[in-house]
Write a protein of this length. Structure first.
Length: 399
C-alpha cells in the first residue's frame, strides 16, 4: 500500500516550475515592447528634429493696422514742434509794493485795460495829494500876482510908480506862472506813480499762469529773493501757431504758404489744417535746425499753448481738404499679398501664419487702405514673400 502511494505522488504535475517559465516569457515580451517603444520614440523625435532642421520657421516682423490721414499721400516732410501764442505777456508792475488785490485766476479771460491787480498805494497817494495841494497854493498866488501886476501897469501908465516897481510885479507874476506849470507836472508825476500800482491787461487774452499772491512784494526787476516781477502771464488765444524745428538738410522742402497738417500729441485722432507763415532766417548751430512757424487755418478750444505737435508738410499745390477728411485704416503695402486671386494679410496664431482675406482701398504713399477684414490695432506680418503660406511655421523677431 505504501508503494502504491509513492507511485501516485510521482505522477503529480510540478506547477511551480511551469509558473516560473510563464512569468519569464511574459517578462521577455514586455521588455521587447518597451524596447520597440523607445526605438519608435527616438525615430519620431529624430524625424521631427530633421523636419525642423530642414524646414525651419520663417522669421517675421509684425506691424499694426493704424488710422492714417489721407493727406499723408502728398506728404514731403514731417517735423515736431510746439504750440505757442504769438501774443503773450508776463504782466508786471512798474512800481514796487505789496500786492493787495488780485482779481483773476488761471483760465480767466481779460479785456484790454482791465485792472488785474493792485499794489499798496498809500505812499504814492499821499504824494499825489501833496502835489495837488501845492498846485492849489500856486493857483492862489497866481491870482494875487496877476492883480498886482494889473495895478502896477495902471499906475505906471499914470506915472504914479517907478518903472522898477512895475518890473518887480511882472517878475513875480512870471515866477508864479512857472510855479503853476511845475505844480501841474508834479501832480501828473504823482498820478503816474499811483497808476503804476494798478496792473492792467495790455490786450484781450486768457490768464495762463498766476505768478504772485496777495501779500507778496512785487517789484519791476524782482531784485530780492522774496519779491516777484510778473504778477500773471496772459496770452491771446486767437494768435496760436506752431513752431517746428526743421533739419537744415530738409529746409529746401519748405516754402512760405506751404500747406501743412497739424496733429497734436494730446489728440492724435484730430488733425488741423495749417500753412507756413515764416521761415526764420537763421539756424540753430547746436541742433542744426531752422525754426519754421506754421499758422492754424482753423482750431478749437482744445488747442493750448505748449502742447506738442507733429507737422506734416504737404507737396505744394496739394488738396488740403484731405487734411480734415476722415482717417483711413491702413497697413504697409508690403503686408498685403495675393493668394488665389484675392488680397490677403497674415496674422500669427499659435506660431503659424493665418491667412486673412481683406478688401483694399486707396493707396497712401507706402500704405494701403483696408476697408474690410481688419480693425485698428490688429497685428499683421509686415512683409510677405512667396514662401509664406497659410499654416507656415513662423517666429517673430524681437518677440
Amino acid at each position: 500500500m505504501e508503494t502504491k502511494n509513492v507511485d501516485l505522488a510521482s505522477l503529480r504535475i510540478d506547477r511551480s516550475s511551469q509558473g516560473a517559465a510563464g512569468r519569464s516569457k511574459k517578462s521577455r515580451w514586455l521588455r521587447k515592447i518597451a524596447l520597440w517603444a523607445v526605438i519608435v520614440g527616438v525615430l519620431a523625435g529624430g524625424f521631427l528634429f530633421l523636419k525642423d532642421f530642414l524646414n525651419p520657421p520663417i522669421e517675421v516682423q509684425l506691424t499694426t493696422a493704424t488710422l492714417t490721414s489721407p493727406a499723408q499721400a502728398s506728404a514731403v516732410l514731417t517735423a515736431s514742434g510746439y504750440v505757442v501764442a504769438r501774443r503773450k505777456a508776463a504782466v508786471a508792475s512798474k512800481g514796487t509794493g505789496t500786492l493787495i488785490f488780485l482779481g483773476v485766476e488761471e483760465g480767466d479771460k481779460v479785456k484790454k485795460g482791465q485792472v488785474i491787480a493792485r499794489l499798496d498805494d498809500s505812499d504814492v497817494a499821499a504824494s499825489l495829494q501833496r502835489a495837488q495841494e501845492n498846485l492849489r497854493v500856486a493857483e492862489a498866488d497866481l491870482n494875487d500876482a496877476k492883480q498886482s501886476l494889473q495895478r502896477q501897469r495902471i499906475l505906471l501908465e499914470r506915472d504914479m510908480v517907478a518903472r522898477a516897481e512895475y518890473d518887480v510885479a511882472e517878475a513875480r507874476y512870471k515866477r508864479v506862472v512857472a510855479g503853476i506849470d511845475a505844480a501841474k507836472f508834479g501832480v501828473r508825476e504823482a498820478q503816474v506813480a499811483v497808476d503804476n500800482t494798478r496792473i492792467v491787461a495790455p490786450f484781450d487774452g486768457t490768464v495762463l499762469k498766476k505768478n504772485a499772491d496777495v501779500g507778496e512784494i512785487v517789484a519791476p526787476l524782482a531784485g530780492a529773493a522774496s519779491s516777484k516781477a510778473a504778477v500773471v502771464t496772459i496770452a491771446d488765444m486767437s494768435s496760436l501757431e506752431v513752431e517746428a524745428d526743421v533739419s537744415e538738410a530738409n529746409i529746401t522742402r519748405v516754402v512760405p504758404e506751404q500747406g501743412c497738417e497739424i496733429r497734436l500729441d494730446a489728440y492724435p485722432d484730430r488733425r488741423y489744417p495749417g500753412y507756413v507763415t515764416k521761415i526764420v532766417p537763421t539756424a540753430d548751430r547746436a541742433k542744426a535746425t531752422v525754426l519754421v512757424k506754421i499758422k492754424f487755418k482753423d482750431y478749437d478750444d482744445r488747442v493750448l499753448p505748449e502742447m506738442g505737435a507733429k507737422i506734416t508738410f504737404l507737396a505744394p499745390g496739394s488738396d488740403q481738404s484731405a487734411v480734415q477728411a476722415n482717417p483711413l485704416l491702413t497697413v504697409p503695402a508690403a503686408a498685403v499679398a495675393s493668394r488665389n486671386g484675392r488680397p490677403v494679410v497674415f496674422q500669427v496664431k499659435d506660431d503659424r501664419a493665418a491667412e486673412i482675406p481683406v478688401v483694399l482701398g486707396a493707396r497712401i504713399g507706402n500704405l494701403v487702405e483696408i476697408k474690410e477684414g481688419l480693425k485698428e490695432g490688429d497685428k499683421v506680418i509686415g512683409k510677405i514673400d512667396e514662401t509664406l503660406r497659410a499654416g507656415s511655421k513662423v517666429s517673430i523677431k524681437n518677440k
